[in-house]
Design a protein. Structure first.
Length: 144
């Protein structure tokens, strides 16, 4: 792949919406694929952050147990989210546990540079963006 684009290294995109998910919908995504973490995006695919699978599950299940909530509880990734939505639906915020600054690269970045960035920085994944919008994820094992 040398100095060529990243197309072949990109993984199928599975994301979580920054607003509009429920415990049930997130558990559905986590049940469909076994990635260790997920990009969190707006409806326009702008990156808000990244959350690890184990952390999301732990925090949601603790909230369900201790807060008397059920799977219809809304899940948001915003520090300012109220405990109830405007519709009165209970809300769980995962903002505190989300990485708000995941490492991102442009989709036009040469593959050799991606390998170098991963090697030097030690990151296990890179979010790939075009015009500020998420287009893919590259995992370390895919470039090793």
């Amino acid at each position: 792949m040398g100095g060529h684009g990243l197309g072949g290294a990109l993984k199928p995109l599975r994301t979580l919406l920054s607003d509009g998910e429920t415990v049930e919908s997130i558990e559905g995504v986590l049940g469909e694929c076994h990635y260790r973490g997920f990009p969190v995006v707006t409806r326009d695919m702008e990156v808000v952050g990244y959350i690890r699978r184990s952390v999301a599950l732990r925090v949601m299940h603790e909230a369900l147990r201790e807060g008397g909530l059920d799977e219809t509880a809304r899940v948001v990734f915003d520090h300012t989210a109220p405990p109830l939505s405007l519709e009165g639906t209970p809300t769980i915020s995962l903002a505190r546990w989300m990485d708000r600054g995941p490492t991102m690269i442009m989709a036009t970045t040469p593959f050799a540079n991606v390998v170098e960035v991963m090697r030097e920085s030690g990151v296990r994944y890179l979010l790939v963006v075009t015009d500020g919008r998420l287009v893919g994820v590259i995992k370390k094992k895919d470039v090793s």
